[in-house]
Design a protein around this ligand. Structure first.
Ligand code: FES
Length: 105
């Protein structure tokens, strides 16, 4: 599938997301320097991204419990469409989605 990634400077670029990758792996593969301090274990929130509202709904896979808990801890910056990239599995419903990286990652 293809998604549009908006980086912290607001620049948008379309990238390919392969079906064996999490969103985090896709971003890394495409040279986005997302930190991922905990190594993808849903415990650091440095991989926080924003999904566009429409695709948050059609994306299928819902947030994991660990993801919900962590997003709650950063609710000053997270919103209803926040996703941890490491917990966001490939899903065909996300084709055409726009993923915004958090400012100052
Ligand atoms: Fe730490 Fe995703 S890499 S929560």
């Amino acid at each position: 599938i293809n998604i549009t990634v908006v980086d912290e400077s607001g620049e948008a670029q379309e990238v390919e997301w392969k079906d064996n990758q999490t969103l985090l792996e896709c971003l890394h593969k495409n040279q986005y320097p997302v930190l991922a301090t905990c190594g993808g274990n849903a415990s650091c929130a440095t991989c926080h991204t924003f999904m566009d509202p429409e695709h948050f709904e059609t994306g299928g896979d819902e947030r994991t419990e660990a993801e919900e808990d962590l997003l709650e801890m950063i609710d000053d910056v997270a919103n209803d469409y926040s996703r941890l990239a490491c917990q966001t599995e490939y899903n065909e419903g996300l084709d055409g989605a726009t993923v915004t990286l958090k400012p100052g990652m």
